[in-house]
Design a protein around this ligand. Structure first.
Ligand SMILES: [Zn+2]
Length: 260
């Protein structure tokens, strides 16, 4: 999970004030010691051995459908409202003002939406195949359990629920209807994993293995222009279009495959 976050304008203003000169456009991250170029994913295991390098439940993973466990998982319910203008911050910050009141219920537990961001290309792969874009909807329960929902995006029809896509010149703002970004078919994969970055918090930095992952099987569609808009906004912050950590060993984890 991570980076390009849809976040409240108030937080972005605060970040902008704190880092006025910036190499990066407004809304870009000031991550503690990592990025996607010189201190990129290949270095994270050395920079943050616990747990980016030494962990055994790291994310993302390649989902090999010949070894998933087919089962009916507890119900996943999206209590998402139609969101208004939200801001793309490229950082793991908390949604305030915008996005408040959105949640999922998974196995009877409510997880509140705190963060939405994108990776290009997708981080998870299916049988070795990636998608041009993967959205991450980050939630946390009252007990502090993180639940991330990953949604693949394939190139196709324009997503009409994206009113204003992000851009290279203004990567901070995107305007969309939240409900439009979740596939209607709720078939999904689920497994226990980690943040796909070292993380934004120096206190917990190191790809913490605290994430209950849901990866939706059905991709949504965006036009090539819309996908390029997300790539451009990533480039504006990271100086690279590639904001995907390579897949990590599955080791002895179960990956569940549920029809709903
Ligand atoms: Zn992410």
């Amino acid at each position: 999970m991570r980076n390009r976050v849809l976040i409240a304008a108030a937080i972005v203003s605060a970040l902008g004030a704190a880092t006025p000169s910036m190499l990066f456009a407004a809304g870009c991250p000031s991550e503690p010691g990592w990025d996607y170029t010189n201190n990129g994913p290949a270095e994270w295991g050395t920079l943050f051995p616990v747990l980016c390098g030494l962990g055994v439940r790291q994310s993302p993973i390649d989902i090999n459908t010949s070894s998933t466990i087919r089962t009916v998982l507890p119900r996943l319910k999206f209590n998402y409202n139609v969101a208004d203008v939200v801001t793309l911050d490229h950082d793991d910050q908390t949604l305030e003002n915008h996005g408040a009141g959105n949640s999922i219920v998974l196995g009877g537990v409510q997880y509140n939406l705190i963060n939405i961001h994108a990776h290009t290309p997708s981080e998870h792969t299916i049988n070795g195949e990636s998608f041009p874009l993967e959205l991450h909807f980050v939630h946390v329960s009252q007990a502090g359990q993180i639940a991330v929902v990953g949604v693949f995006v394939r190139e196709g029809k324009p997503d009409k629920d994206i009113i204003v896509p992000p851009s290279g010149s203004d990567p901070s703002t995107v305007n969309f209807k939240l409900t439009g970004l979740i596939p209607k078919n709720r078939a999904r994969f689920s497994y226990d994993g980690s943040l796909t970055t070292p993380g934004p918090d120096p206190a917990t930095i190191g790809c913490p293995e605290t994430v209950l992952w849901t990866v939706m099987k059905q991709p949504i569609q965006m036009s090539a222009d819309q996908i390029q808009a997300f790539e451009a906004s990533g480039y504006a912050c990271w100086s690279t279009n590639n904001t995907a950590r390579p897949v990590q060993p599955v080791n002895n984890r179960f990956v569940f495959d549920s029809p709903s």
